[in-house]
Design a protein around this ligand. Structure first.
Ligand code: AMP
Ligand code: MG
Length: 424
């Protein structure tokens, strides 16, 4: 049996970064830039006002104060999006709104608060300036955010909302990014019924297709749902063939020692088994290999295959540990690891058989430190315990027991505000 690290290393060594593709900026969220982005414009494009006020020649405000205002003749009003046709000559000012380009001749803005704007009579041709301002006061200079020709985003950057905004500010509607992997999902088991069917006695609803598809989507991939294959080699082979155009094939179930567990036999015949069984709990019977296929053009290609255990919790945890990093690598991401923090454990955990335990836990910050509380029964069929958990407490292989109060490592599954489930 190999370790979690060895398994991951083998998976990643078979995983390649995918090709680049042009994407509309909003659809590229979470994808990795495949080009350097340079600006072809200055941002802002022109010197403009940072405040609502008056565009002035700063020298005209010399000595101005509340006690001794300087009066300037108002020659125009300019709004954001318009250009004043007037030049600010000595003794004059232009009423200006935030974002409006600074008129010719002006070198500063006096905010309304520092003028007699509120007392000014309607139609009055003059404004009283109550403050002396320096050249450049409340002026945003052309190119002060981004200078024309400068590099704004580097190849390899992950596109998040600020990057989408920055690209839009440059007038980019599309960018080159590494494409998203398609992950085909095939679940096995004669006991499985789809969610939109009535449930006959002796059957269970198929949850793995949905939890795994949700994870694929969550981490940026495109799920391709292949449905349920019965536990026979023929059914499995024909199911797998539906997924040979995908970048990765994920199956669940059929990888343990049961009579009908046929995945690894099929894998051995249809391609190559790289490993089977990892020293971990839950999730020991996880298989990885490659399946021989042909692409749409008839060219031979190998499709990565990850055979996850059927138990719903084991399937999700092994996906987090092995499929997620592979998806992220295919997408060109560099940081493939989930964050791991240290927390105080609230109850003991016994490690009976020298495997690495990943125990579902709720991690909270209390009194300046993280505290990890197990979500209750840890059976690998208890999927509701995943809905409670935001982390996995890691018990190393060589540790037979952790005691209440010990410091443990916790892999964080989800830091988001939504991850703390409402108590039921
Ligand atoms: P297996 O690995 O195929 O032996 O499955 C282990 C356990 O997980 C069995 O109790 C199965 O019924 C259950 N199981 C397998 N596949 C699914 C699935 N797609 N959805 C829900 N439970 C499943
Ligand atoms: Mg099964």
């Amino acid at each position: 049996m190999i370790s979690v690290e060895q398994a991951l290393e083998k998976i990643l060594s078979h995983t390649d970064v995918l090709e680049e593709e042009p994407r509309p900026i909003l659809d590229a969220m979470g994808q990795v830039l495949a080009e350097d982005i340079y600006s072809t414009i200055d941002i802002p494009p022109l010197d403009n006002s940072a405040m609502d006020g008056y565009a002035v020649r700063s020298e005209d405000t010399c000595g101005a104060s509340r006690e001794s205002p300087r009066f300037l003749r108002v020659i125009d009003t300019v709004m954001a999006g318009s250009i004043s046709e007037y030049e600010v000559k000595p003794g004059t000012a232009v009423r200006i709104m935030t974002g409006a380009p600074l008129p010719k001749g002006a070198d500063a803005v006096v905010r309304f608060e520092d003028t007699d704007e509120t007392e000014r009579e309607e139609g009055s041709a003059e404004t009283g300036i109550l403050l002396q301002v320096e050249p450049g006061a409340d002026v945003r200079h052309a190119g002060e955010d981004i200078a024309k020709g400068s590099k704004v985003l580097g190849e390899g950057t992950v596109i998040r909302p600020p990057e989408v905004g920055a690209l839009a500010s440059l007038g980019r509607s599309k960018v080159m990014v590494i494409r998203r992997p398609t992950v085909a999902i095939l679940v096995t088991g004669a006991e499985l019924v789809d969610v939109n069917q009535p449930l006959p006695v002796g059957k269970i609803y198929n949850s793995n297709t949905y939890s795994i598809a949700a994870l694929v989507r969550h981490y940026g991939g495109i799920p391709k749902i292949l449905g349920v294959a019965l536990d026979s080699e023929d059914a499995l082979v024909s199911g797998l063939h539906q997924g040979l155009d995908a970048d990765m094939l994920v199956t669940t179930g059929g990888v343990s020692m049961g009579d009908y567990d046929v995945v690894k036999d099929v894998l051995a015949k249809q391609g190559e088994v790289v490993f089977w069984k990892v020293r971990m709990k839950p999730g020991k019977p996880v298989a990885f290999g490659r399946i021989k296929g042909v692409d749409k053009g008839g060219v031979a290609r190998n499709v990565l295959h990850l055979g996850l255990p059927g138990n719903p919790v084991s399937a999700m945890i092994t996906f987090e540990l092995f499929a997620r990093p592979a998806i992220l690598k295919m997408m060109g991401k560099k940081n493939l690891a989930k964050p791991v923090i240290e927390a105080v454990i609230e109850a003991p955990i016994v490690n009976e058989d020298g495997r690495r335990i990943f125990a579902r836990a709720i991690v909270e910050k209390r009194g300046g430190q993280y505290v990890a509380r197990l979500t209750g029964p840890q059976g690998s069929g208890i999927l509701t315990s995943m809905t409670l958990a935001n982390g996995l407490v890691i018990v190393p292989e060589d540790k037979t027991r952790v005691e209440k109060g010990d410091i443990v490592q916790v892999m964080i599954l989800d830091w988001s505000e939504e991850s703390c489930r409402i108590d039921i």
